[in-house]
Design a protein around this ligand. Sequence first.
Ligand SMILES: *[C@@H]1O[C@H](CO)[C@@H](O)[C@H](O)[C@H]1NC(C)=O
Ligand SMILES: *[C@@H]1O[C@H](CO)[C@@H](O)[C@H](O)[C@H]1NC(C)=O
Ligand SMILES: *[C@@H]1O[C@H](CO)[C@@H](O)[C@H](O)[C@H]1NC(C)=O
Length: 409
Amino acid sequence: MAGFKIRLLLNVGIFLSIVNADRTVFIDPNDPWQVLEGWGTSLCWWANALGGFPDVRDQTADLVFDLDKGLGLNVIRYNIGGGDNQSHHHMRIGGDVPGFRPCQNCDYNWTSDANQRWILFAAKERGADIFEAFSNSPPYWMTNSGCSSGGPNYANNLNSDYYDQFADYLTEVVKWYKDEQGLVFRTLEPFNEPTTGLWKEFGSQEGCTYKYLAMDEVVDKVGAYLNKKGLSGTTSVSIADEGLFEGEITTIAAISTLNIFGDHAKSYVSQYNTHAYFGFLRTPLFDIAKNDGKRLWMSEWGSWSSKDMSASIKLSEQILNDMRNLKPVAWVYWQVIEHAPNGNDGKDYGLIGADFSNSTTPLDIRLSFYGFAQYTKFIRPGYQIIFSNDGDTLAAQDKQKNTCFSLHK
Ligand SMILES: *[C@@H]1O[C@H](CO)[C@@H](O)[C@H](O)[C@H]1NC(C)=O
Ligand SMILES: *[C@@H]1O[C@H](CO)[C@@H](O)[C@H](O)[C@H]1NC(C)=O
Ligand SMILES: *[C@@H]1O[C@H](CO)[C@@H](O)[C@H](O)[C@H]1NC(C)=O
């Protein structure tokens, strides 16, 4: 491994300076930043595959959610499948997430999505305690293209006759999980990268481009349904999970998208989610969330695997940049496990590689898994992130005011 990595536990209550062979770092417990509520992952698309493998799913869940046996991730992003036209066969393995209403005149089918649900509850049993539900696409039958991976030519894809039914669908799923399964989604996010222009019919995963006005209206309707269904005490809305768009960069997209929501829609919103691919306007976005009184998450980032330490170092640099400058209270990886039947060839985002079509292929636990663990196992939910004057350092205090810091180079 190149360079060094140090971790110390100190009892301090005062301004402290750590002198290392080649640098001095000042940390200040009297300058509190964000309180971490957790590290997380989305369940795309691995849970839909591995949740159906009884022989390895417990081991998998231990690695991701158990603090002693693995990463101890406690923030879960569950993907409410739209479900595609059943005669389409173009999704990547695992990406064909089942929806709960296979056609417009069909009843809800609550046995649907059993694999992802198994992983969701396995997370809860291992200590996960913050759950968000999000949508990549409405059901195919609500879309313009009739396909849940996107519109013709990347066009916006929610049919304007279905704003109400889409809001009803999402909130019905949240209600079922609460009433019938005892699991509360604290937030419900109707969109994923809604203006990136990435989502095209017959693509490899669910995705949907939205017009700005559609987004405002959908949030208004989701909020109204949460109220009407008696869910608003436990579930509120998060927006808008932007990625990059049209050559611009993620956090610019996040800021311009947030600006299109009216005050009425925003009154239902408790949380701003941003992805952090390529973005650099972290501090302005932090300021906007703070000014609006909304919780801020870094809800998605991922990067290519590697056989050497480079993926791990990139992950660490990303966490440091985000945690220091965007200051989200949760930091959520996109796909902790990926389908990698050809091994660690640098073409997937997994911290763990798996074969989604063959449960007996051994899991490939990569160096980046241990890289993430350097943060997730030591800086825990509830810890206060505190000032440090060095871009390669993240310092935090636990409730007993023990200071923990990590220095990465
Ligand atoms: C599903 O796709 C098939 C094949 O493209 C098409 O014939 C059928 O009409 C579609 N069903 C619906 C409900 O859109
Ligand atoms: C409900 O979903 C399950 C699981 O996908 C499937 O086996 C079953 O046939 C579906 N039921 C109906 C009525 O479509
Ligand atoms: C599944 O993986 C095992 C272990 O790597 C291998 O022996 C077996 O041939 C694979 N099965 C298929 C169908 O590829």
